[in-house]
Write a protein that binds this ligand. Structure first.
Ligand SMILES: [Zn+2]
Length: 252
C-alpha cells in the first residue's frame, strides 16, 4: 500500500492546507498519515481561550485531541500527535531523530509539510526545517542501521500562514484541483471548533487558488472551482516529463 505522510505544526494545519489532497489520496488507496507535532494550545486555539478564560490548558488538549480524532476519522486519515509545546515549538536533535524513525517506519512515497519560511508563525518554518532534516537523515544508510534507508520521497510544501501568505514569499509551482472533495474538506475543518475562523479563510483560499489554476488551465469554458496550492521541493525524476491532463481538470 502506498503512503502519504503529512507533518503539521498544529492541530488543524494538515487539514486546512492539505485536507483536499489527503481525502483524494485516501480515495486513491493510499494510507495517509498525519503527524501533528503540537496541539496549538498556546498559539492556535483562540476560540477555546475566548470560551474558557484561564483554561485549563489540559482541557484544551482534550478538546483538540477529540477534534483531530473526528476530522481524521471523517477523512479516512490516520492521525498521531506528539504533544510538544507550541509558540515556540522547538525541534531538537532527539525530536528530529524520532521523526526520522517514524519516516522510516511509514516509508511514505509523498510527504507534505509547511512552507519553509514563515516569520508570522515560526512553528510552521520550524516544522518544515525539521522534516527536511529528518528526511535527509532517513536517506542515509547509517540513520538506523537495522532499518533500510529511504530515498527522498516527493516533498510538497503547503500554504503559508493565511491570509497573507505572500508575506512569507510562498512560491507556488503545483496546483491540485480539489473540486470533487472540496465540500468534504470544509466539513472536516468544521471539526476544529477551537478555530472557527479557519472555515472562511480556507473557503476563500480554495476559490482563489482555483482561480489562479484556471488561469494556467486556459481551456475555454472550463473552470477549476477549488484548488490547493503547493511548492514541489525536489526535482522531478523520470524518463519523460510529467504532462498536465487538461481533460481531467475543472468543470464546464
Ligand atoms: Zn499552524
Amino acid at each position: 500500500m502506498k503512503s502519504m505522510m503529512i507533518v503539521s505544526a498544529h492541530s488543524a494545519d494538515w487539514c486546512t492546507r492539505a485536507g483536499g489532497v489527503a481525502i483524494k489520496y485516501v480515495q486513491l488507496g493510499y494510507k495517509v498519515s498525519a503527524i501533528i507535532l503540537t496541539f496549538g494550545v498556546r498559539g492556535e486555539s483562540r476560540q477555546f481561550w475566548v470560551d474558557h478564560p484561564g483554561g485549563p490548558a489540559e482541557l484544551c488538549r482534550e478538546i483538540r485531541t477529540e477534534e483531530i480524532r473526528k476530522a481524521a476519522q471523517y477523512m479516512g486519515v490516520t492521525a498521531e500527535y506528539t504533544d510538544y509545546d507550541d509558540y515556540c515549538l522547538t525541534m531538537d536533535e532527539s525530536r528530529i531523530r524520532l521523526l526520522t524513525k517514524r519516516i522510516l517506519e511509514i516509508r511514505p512515497e509523498i510527504v507534505l509539510t509547511h512552507w519553509i519560511e514563515d516569520s508570522l508563525n515560526p512553528d510552521h518554518a520550524t516544522t518544515a526545517s525539521a522534516v527536511i532534516k529528518a528526511l535527509g537523515a532517513a536517506a542515509r544508510l547509517g540513520a538506523f542501521p537495522d532499518t533500510p534507508a529511504l530515498p527522498f520521497p516527493d516533498v510538497y510544501f503547503f500554504e503559508s500562514t493565511l491570509p497573507n501568505s505572500q508575506f512569507n514569499r510562498f512560491e507556488i509551482n503545483t496546483f491540485l484541483d480539489i473540486g470533487d472533495v472540496y465540500e468534504k474538506k470544509i466539513e472536516a475543518i468544521r471539526c476544529f471548533t477551537a478555530q472557527p475562523e479557519l472555515i472562511p479563510f480556507y473557503q476563500d483560499c480554495a476559490i482563489r487558488r482555483g482561480r489562479e489554476a484556471t488561469d494556467w488551465l486556459r481551456v475555454p469554458g472550463k473552470k477549476i472551482m477549488y484548488a490547493e496550492a503547493f511548492h514541489r521541493y525536489l526535482p522531478y525524476l523520470g524518463k519523460e516529463f510529467p504532462l498536465i491532463d487538461r481533460n481531467l481538470l475543472g468543470e464546464k
